[in-house]
Design a protein around this ligand. Structure first.
Ligand SMILES: Cc1cc2nc3c(=O)[nH]c(=O)nc-3n(C[C@H](O)[C@H](O)[C@H](O)COP(=O)(O)O)c2cc1C
Length: 182
């Protein structure tokens, strides 16, 4: 698939199984994340790669947070299973810097670009991926577990793996209502 086909036809896929990207593929995915537009070249992000042990750690923290929030058994089980929807998750979080010319929102956008670039790299390498957040990405205990400061944002949990089923092509919303030509 060439570059423009990749951009025009990309599809997130939630049906992800092993194998996860191998060492070389992961290397390229992480490099793609480092290569995004970045005002001031400050790299205001951090990536935490979870596999096996890390996914179990995420599962434990999700269920602990659920218990603290009074979730019932059914919800707790759901929370516990969530991280195993793919063999690899990359947590993309911010590392905001004080910069005279780069406000916080630009740094957040740059970290968001990392998620997109890494997802596109995963697609380009033949893997499937899904960008997720949800209420747990805003929870201080989840952040603390992965050494992410409370003042930082988790921009995404990027689930990556091998697609267990291919999805049909998806129609693109026409751009006409979203564009002004002057
Ligand atoms: C910041 C962000 C957070 C998202 N969080 C979730 C999520 O928690 N759960 C979910 O099902 N989709 C989430 N999505 C949407 C999916 O990643 C995906 O874009 C959507 O299912 C549409 O599929 P597509 O990417 O193939 O168009 C999120 C997207 C973004 C940009």
């Amino acid at each position: 698939m060439n570059n423009i086909d990749l951009l025009l036809n990309r599809r997130s896929n939630a049906a992800l199984i092993s194998p996860a990207p191998d060492r070389d593929a992961l290397d390229n995915i992480l490099i793609a994340g480092m290569r995004v537009p970045d005002h001031g070249n400050i790299k205001p992000w951090h990536f935490t790669v979870l596999q096996e042990r890390g996914l179990n750690q995420l599962s434990d923290i999700f269920s602990r947070v659920g218990q603290l929030d009074g979730a019932d058994e059914e919800k707790l089980l759901k929370l516990k299973k969530m991280p195993f929807r793919a063999p690899m998750i990359i947590i993309i979080s911010t590392r905001y810097c004080h910069h005279p010319k780069v406000p916080k929102q630009e740094q957040l956008v740059a970290a968001g670009c990392c998620v997109h670039a890494m997802q596109m790299a995963a697609f380009g390498l033949g893997y499937g991926a899904m960008w997720r957040t949800g209420e747990l990405s805003y929870h201080d205990l989840v952040k603390a577990e992965f050494n992410i400061g409370t003042e930082e944002d988790i921009v995404g949990f990027l689930y990556i793996g091998t697609e267990s089923r291919q999805l049909p092509a998806k129609a693109t919303t026409p751009y006409q209502d979203y564009v002004t030509f002057l």
